[in-house]
Ligand binder design. Structure first.
Ligand code: ADP
Ligand code: MG
Length: 255
C-alpha cells in the first residue's frame, strides 16, 4: 500500500474527508476519504457508473456534494457549493483534461493556449505566447500552433488540451478518460505526453481504462465500486493481486 506515502506527508495537496454525493436519491459517492501527496500519480479505475467522473468533478468544484469536505491545496470546498472564493482559487490551480477535448473551435491552437493565462492570470500576450510555444513544443505540436482545432487529429487536439491546462501552471492535474474518445493509433501519443508530465513530478489524478499505462505511471491505483473506494494500493498489488471480489471481476473484464 502506498498509504504510507500519502499519510506521512504533512501537507497532502488533495484531501477528501467523508465526502458523500447524491444525485436526487442516487447515492453516488459514499464516505470517500482520500489524500493525495504532492507529486503523487493516482490512477482511478472502476466500472462505468461507479462514480469516477463524479469524484474528479467534485475535486475541482464542477459538482456539489452534500456531506463531508474537500481541500485542494489549502482551499476548502464545503457541502452544497458554499465556498465561492475557494472554488475560484481551485479552478485556477487545478488543470483538467476531459474525454472530449473541449477546445474553443473558433480560436487557433495558440490562442486556445494563451487565453486563460491572459484572462485569468493577467499575463501579457507576449508572456502567454512564450509559455504557449514552449508547452506546444513539449507536447510535440509546435508546428500546429496557427491551425484551428478542427484541422487537427484527435490525438493532436488532446495534446493541445493538455498544453492549455498546463499553461495555467496548475498545482494538480485531473484527467477523466483522456484517451477514450481517440482512435487507437492516437492513444499512445497522449499517454506519452502524460507520462512525461508524471516524470517531471506533476501531481496527477487520472481516470483511465489503460491498464498498461496505469501499471507504468501510477504510484497508487484506486478501485471504485458503487461509489466507494473498494481497494487501493500500488499497481502491482491492485492490478496483479486484487483482494476483493468486485476488483477481481472488473479486472478480469478489462485486462
Ligand atoms: P463513471 O464516471 O464511473 O462512469 P459517473 O460518476 O459518471 O460514473 O456516474 C456515477 C452515477 O451517477 C451513475 O449512476 C450516473 O448515471 C449518475 N450520474 C452522473 N451524473 C449525473 C447527473 N448529472 N444527474 C444524475 N445522475 C448522474
Ligand atoms: Mg466517467
Amino acid at each position: 500500500m502506498n498509504q504510507e506515502k500519502s499519510s506521512s506527508s504533512a501537507n497532502p495537496i488533495v484531501r477528501l474527508d467523508k465526502v458523500n454525493k447524491f444525485f436526487g436519491d442516487l447515492h453516488v459517492l459514499k464516505d470517500i476519504d482520500l489524500e493525495v501527496s504532492p507529486g503523487e500519480v493516482v490512477v482511478i479505475v472502476g466500472a462505468s457508473g461507479s462514480g469516477k467522473s463524479t469524484l474528479i468533478r467534485c475535486i475541482n468544484g464542477l459538482e456539489e456534494f452534500q456531506q463531508g469536505h474537500i481541500e485542494v491545496d489549502g482551499n476548502e470546498l464545503l457541502p452544497h457549493g458554499k465556498a465561492a472564493q475557494a472554488l475560484q482559487k481551485i479552478r485556477t490551480e487545478v488543470g483538467m483534461v476531459f474525454q472530449q477535448f473541449n477546445l474553443f473551435p473558433h480560436l487557433s491552437v495558440l490562442d486556445n493556449v494563451t487565453l486563460a493565462p491572459m484572462k485569468v492570470r493577467g499575463w501579457s500576450r507576449l508572456d502567454a505566447m512564450e509559455t504557449a510555444e514552449r508547452l506546444l513544443e513539449r507536447v510535440g505540436i509546435s508546428d500546429q500552433a496557427a491551425k484551428y482545432p478542427g484541422q487537427l487529429s484527435g490525438g493532436q487536439q488532446q495534446r493541445v488540451a493538455l498544453a492549455r491546462a498546463l499553461a495555467m501552471e496548475p498545482r494538480l492535474m485531473l484527467f477523466d478518460e483522456p484517451t477514450s474518445a481517440l482512435d487507437p493509433e492516437m492513444i499512445g501519443e497522449v499517454l506519452d505526453a502524460m507520462r512525461e508530465l508524471a516524470k517531471e513530478g506533476m501531481t496527477m489524478m487520472i481516470v483511465t481504462h489503460e491498464m498498461g499505462f496505469a501499471r507504468d505511471v501510477a504510484d497508487r491505483v484506486i478501485f471504485i465500486h458503487q461509489g466507494e473506494i473498494a481497494e487501493q494500493g500500488p499497481p502491482e498489488e491492485v492490478l496483479d493481486h486484487p483482494r476483493n471480489k468486485p476488483t477481481q471481476q472488473f479486472l478480469s473484464r478489462v485486462l
